[in-house]
Design a protein around this ligand. Structure first.
Ligand code: MF3
Ligand code: CO
Ligand code: CO
Length: 258
């Protein structure tokens, strides 16, 4: 392997590292709890991002996205047809929107990465159904994870839940290993075949973060180089947890007290 590069293998975390990622993950999740208490119609996404920034900093952590590959904000905020990597700014959140807020913390050198879709007030039934199915798909996928299961089990579980409902799985972005780095091996595809792919082992930590479109899965990236939107203009939803492979199951590391 070239000098200076980190090994591109799936690193098995030690107990001490797991504990640090758990702490970071809990803070990321508490940040999203906090978002749930402050997000409201009329607020700009930029204002919400500043609140997120201050919350993370005041808890002794650093927002990982700020300056990451040039990303200019402390969170990704993606409204309605924006799939991922929405840049917070002057856009006003409105009643009826679905808003994805993705937060990644660095606490004591370790990353925690989590995203939720928020329903703003009364949302149309199709938007609510999409968000609910996306959450269910993530949880069903997490339920496949155990020592000895395979990455393909995750992908098939997600596809199997959303495609019969007429939704589609975004291909262009994937889950990823998490640890001392933001994005580590493996890549976690949200589509695939049961029994295929890398075999999971105790101590692996990665995200599962399905992006589910109401229409077709194709996306476009806008001229800012970040904002990914659905090509057909329809809605997209996302949830993300960071999980640990732990014997007969998975531990979700991005859980808050509630
Ligand atoms: N948090 C995102 C993820 O789930 C990554 C955001 S990278 C950014 O992997 F640069 F867009 F912030
Ligand atoms: Co992620
Ligand atoms: Co994320």
């Amino acid at each position: 392997m070239p000098r200076g590069r980190r090994p591109r293998v799936i690193y098995i975390k030690t107990a001490a590292e797991i504990d640090k990622i758990r702490r970071s993950g809990r803070l990321a999740s508490r940040t999203l709890d906090y978002v749930g208490t402050v997000i409201k119609p009329g607020m700009t996404t930029g204002k919400l991002d500043r609140l997120i920034h201050d919350f993370i900093r005041s808890h002794g952590a650093v927002p990982a996205t700020l300056g990451y590959k040039g990303f200019p904000a402390s969170s990704c905020i993606s409204v309605n047809n924006v799939v991922v990597h929405g840049i917070p700014g002057l856009q006003k959140i409105q009643e009826g929107d679905i808003v994805k807020v993705d937060v990644t913390t660095i606490l004591d050198g370790f990353f925690g990465d989590t995203c939720r879709t928020y329903k703003i007030g009364e949302v149309p039934p199709n938007a609510a159904a999409l968000a609910d199915a996306t959450y269910e798909a993530m949880m069903i996928a997490i339920a496949t994870v155990r020592n000895g299961s395979r990455l393909g089990d995750i992908g098939e579980a997600i596809q199997g839940h959303v495609e019969p409902r007429g939704y589609s799985v975004v291909r262009d972005f994937v889950g990823h290993g998490v640890g001392k780095e933001f994005h580590e091996p493996p890549s976690v595809l949200h589509y695939g075949k049961r029994g295929s792919g890398v075999k999971l082992r105790d101590g692996m930590i990665f995200t599962i973060e399905p992006m589910i479109n109401e229409g077709d899965w194709q996306i476009d990236v806008l001229g800012d180089g970040w904002t990914a939107v659905t090509r057909d203009g329809k809605l997209s939803a996302q949830f993300e947890h960071t999980v640990l492979v732990d014997g007969p199951g998975a531990e979700i590391l991005t859980l808050s007290a509630d």
